[in-house]
Design a protein. Structure first.
Length: 528
């Protein structure tokens, strides 16, 4: 049986492995949960989580047979850890690397092996593998599922690293104090109940309070408000969700209250602190964004003024070019005609951009009047399809609508604007022969409308910013696909004015899914 080669990054790989602090530690149920799931998911008798050291394999989980027998079989893992992707051995007896392995020639009679590498700090440190006593195939779907399970194990590695890092910081109090004192942002530590456990000088200055007055105070109840200054339950606070689920939270449109009762707009992030597989608290990093808001307001006002001033001359230019293009002022030679047509197209795009800027400015300032009337959703969805049909036919894309028979109060024109924008985007980023779908679901308190496509999708790193004005997944999109880059920002403003939510889900290369959730009992949206 040939021995596995040593990885080219062996020193760095071993350093990453030992940094996990998982070697020679007792078995843990968090890894057993994954192997139990693998056994059931792939219908195999054996599943392992192993960490591959230079001279042996450390088992963090073993489901299927005794450890002493497993030690004989996991030489497979030394080969698997060399692979950039899943290693599959469909019949070990036919593979010269493993045919004479004692675990193949004797108990437990391994025939099939599939192992996904486990990474830490960019290095392959172990494997998640499934083993069967019979030869079998392993499909592309199977490989994807095994990778997904391996990602769960890797998140547990990350949790271990975070706990170790947190512990190291806690044991170096003087260094931590220097970092916190030097930071310009407000930094607050919270216990699992959301009470302040520490606050750096910047946080005390921003809240105009001494650290003694802050420690032990439930921060949300004392100082956290919505953007309009109103209070809201702790259970609905993003930081509460971070402490409950461990997911990082980021907020850009809420308010903190100073000790004297005045308030300021705040942007903050909340990150959970883990200790021994439990959430021990959270760190809140926040900034006073009053100055930024003032700059944004001036910028929006400037853009609005410029856009209004552009509208009148653009209308005149467009009208004159239209007359020239139609031949109303006499014939034009072919070359001149093409130049006029290009000028018309460019002017039309500029007019759309100005109109979109003004539309977005009115939405953000609250000057856009919404009129809610009873709307039959099925009719609205079919109207949206008819609106985009010319673009769909030109692109060779099939638009399929599954109407929802439900009536609710909406601004019909505005929600139609949202749906046609989402459908239009889906068509633009689909290939000929693809299908775009518009579906809906009625829930207890909201309706969710979904536009999905099978195009190139959106990278995960771009999902958080695609609703910002002028944002494009690719800088060339505005040239190649057309559009002003404001459609999603406008759609978000319309949905939010209805009291709803809009979000995107996608994996790069596998299409995109945009969802709009509208409350059945909508709040008043008419401007005052």
């Amino acid at each position: 049986m040939p021995a596995a080669e040593r990885p080219v990054d062996e020193p760095e790989r071993l350093a990453a492995l030992r940094a996990l602090a998982l070697l020679d530690t007792p078995p843990e149920d968090r890894f057993d949960r994954v192997t139990r799931l693998a056994v059931g998911l792939f219908d195999v008798p054996i599943a392992l989580v192993s960490l591959v050291d230079s001279d042996r394999q450390w088992l963090k989980s073993c489901i299927g047979f005794p450890t002493k027998e497993t030690e004989r079989s996991i030489s497979f893992c030394s080969h698997a850890v060399l692979q950039p992707d899943v290693l599959v051995v469909e019949d070990a007896t036919a593979d010269p690397r493993f045919a004479d392995n004692p675990a193949v020639t004797g108990e437990p009679n391994v025939r099939f092996y599939a192992g996904a590498p486990l990474h830490s700090n960019g290095h392959r440190v172990g494997t998640l593998c499934v083993i069967d006593r019979r030869s079998r195939e392993f499909t592309t779907t199977d490989r994807g599922l095994l990778r997904d399970l391996a990602a769960i194990v890797e998140r547990e590695f990350l949790s271990n690293e975070l706990s170790r890092t947190t512990q190291e910081l806690l044991t170096s109090q003087s260094h931590l104090a220097e970092i916190l004192s030097a930071a310009g942002d407000g930094i607050i530590g919270l216990d699992p109940d959301g009470c302040v456990s520490f606050a750096n000088p910047a946080a005390c200055a921003l809240l105009q309070a001494d650290v003694e007055d802050l420690v032990g105070v439930q921060l949300h109840d004392a100082a956290h408000r919505l953007a309009d200054g109103s209070s809201f339950p702790w259970s609905e606070c993003p930081t509460h969700r971070t402490l409950r689920d461990g997911e990082p939270g980021r907020v850009t449109n809420e308010t903190f209250v100073r000790a004297d009762g005045t308030s300021f707009p705040v942007e903050y992030t909340a990150t959970a602190v883990h200790e021994r597989d439990r959430i021990a608290g959270a760190v809140l990093v926040f900034q006073d964004i009053s100055s930024r808001r003032e700059v944004d307001s001036l910028k929006d006002e400037f853009v609005s003024i410029v856009s209004h001033e552009l509208r009148t001359p653009l209308t005149s230019i467009r009208g004159s070019l239209g007359l020239l293009a139609s031949g109303a002022l006499g014939p034009v030679d072919p070359r001149g005609q093409r130049m006029i047509e290009i000028a018309v197209e460019s002017t039309d795009r500029l007019v759309r951009l100005v109109n979109d800027i003004l539309d977005l400015e009115r939405l953000r300032s609250g000057h856009s009047v919404f009129a809610l009337t009873p709307v039959q959703l099925s009719s609205l969805m079919l109207t949206a399809r008819r609106t985009v049909e010319p673009a769909a036919e030109a692109a060779g894309v099939d638009v399929v609508v599954t109407p929802v028979e439900f009536q609710m109060d909406l601004d019909q024109d505005r929600i139609l604007q949202v749906l046609t924008n989402l459908l239009g985007n889906a068509i633009k980023f689909s290939s000929s022969g693809d299908r775009v779908e518009l579906t809906g679901t009625v829930r207890a308190d909201e309706v969710i409308l979904v536009v999905s496509d099978h195009g190139r999708g959106i990278p995960t790193s771009a999902l958080h910013r695609i609703f910002e004005p002028f944002e494009q997944v690719d800088a060339s999109d505005s040239r190649a696909k057309g559009g002003t880059g404001l459609g999603l920002a406008i759609s978000q403003g319309i949905v939010q004015r209805h009291g709803g939510r809009i979000w995107a889900e996608s994996t790069w290369g596998h299409g995109a899914r945009f969802s709009v959730a509208l409350p059945i009992t909508a709040p008043p949206v008419e401007s005052t």
